[in-house]
Design a protein around this ligand. Structure first.
Ligand code: 13P
Length: 333
């Protein structure tokens, strides 16, 4: 492992006032998003859409890295340039989702474990040759009456730790993404409690496996009430609970922390991040790594008018800019 290189990549990704754009939807997830807008889920359509995301003018002012899916890292523009070379020319880091999705956790109804460790070394080698400097692995936890179980947290932590260690052997910065789902009617305190316990388990595992923490980026859900909760929370309350949790349960030496949007309303994701940057300077760089909360307006515009690439790109860059402002506490509604 090349620690200096890991720190350099992490610093480039966390450079203020930028964030990371996730365009790593699997074929299935992309299909679901397309379906609601009446777009057929073909390779050609996915390529057309992703080309506009990759070629959006000036997006590099707000975005330090793009996270690709296996199909997308290998795709080309209509002019036969690889997507990766377009981003490299703009100085944007190439990331790749390397997990292979969720499967049922045995004997734990309703709980999931993330798969993809098989053949991971070979895939990392291949992606590195294509220019990837960072990777992402997502684990998912559902808040319910008896979930997430400690077994689910421990099993996922074990896999996240192995993935992170392997990435670092290749000097690829691992993003670890434990996502506590927004689904449910739980209150904000419950989300705090689950997320805190999960962080404790994850970082104990990282420590045990010798993962180099300054060369890791944590991609987390915010501390939020469930989307069907009776009581909603203000951005100030969400910011306070999220920062309290991160300060108490994430090592201060972590390379950086980024948020997923996780099905929040687009603007809520921006306002909540903005609220986290109103107080004292934070112990770690803290920014966004949104998928939907940046892409939504652009995707809707393109689905309606596929020929009008400019309008879709303008919307994409506008959303990236809003979140860039939020990452320094300067976004105004
Ligand atoms: P969302 O911001 O749409 O939640 O996507 C981020 C992501 O990478 C999910 O794995």
């Amino acid at each position: 492992m090349d620690k200096i290189k890991l720190i350099e990549i992490t610093a480039r990704l966390m450079e203020s006032p930028k964030g990371i754009l996730a365009i790593d939807e699997s074929l299935l997830t992309c299909g679901k998003r397309f379906e609601t807008l009446g777009v057929p889920n073909t390779e050609e359509k996915r390529r057309d859409y992703r080309e506009l995301l990759v070629t959006a003018p000036d997006i590099e002012k707000y975005i330090s890295g793009y996270i690709f899916f296996d199909e997308t890292i290998k795709q080309f523009t209509k002019e036969k340039r690889t997507f990766t070379s377009i981003l490299q020319t703009k100085g944007v880091n190439i990331g790749i989702k390397v997990d292979q999705g969720l499967t049922d956790l045995s004997l734990h109804p309703g709980e999931k474990i993330t798969q993809g460790l098989d053949g991971l070394s070979e895939r990392l080698k291949e992606y590195k040759n294509m220019g990837a400097t960072f990777a992402k692995w997502r684990a998912v936890y559902t808040i319910g009456e008896n979930t997430p179980s400690e077994d689910c947290m421990r099993e996922n932590a074990r896999v996240l730790g192995k993935y992170a260690a392997l990435c670092q052997e290749f000097s690829i910065v691992p993003i670890i993404e434990p996502e506590v789902l927004i689904d449910g009617d739980h209150n904000i305190e419950k989300c705090y409690e689950v997320t805190s316990k999960n962080f404790d388990i994850i970082f104990a595992e990282m420590w045990k496996l010798g993962v180099f923490i300054p060369g890791v980026i944590l991609k987390t859900s915010m501390i939020l009430p469930g989307k069907d909760a009776a009581e909603k929370a203000s951005p100030e309350k969400i910011a306070e609970a999220t920062l309290r949790c991160l300060k108490a349960h994430v090592p201060v030496g972590i390379g950086g922390i980024v948020f997923l949007s996780g099905g929040q309303a687009d603007e809520d994701a921006t306002l909540n991040l903005n609220a986290m940057h109103q107080g004292e300077p934070l112990p770690w760089p803290l920014t966004f790594s949104y998928g939907r909360a940046i892409q939504n307006p652009a995707l809707q515009s393109w689905a309606k008018n596929p020929e009008d690439i400019n309008s879709a790109q303008e919307l994409l860059v506008q959303m990236a800019r809003n979140n860039s402002l939020a990452s320094i506490g300067e976004y105004k509604k």
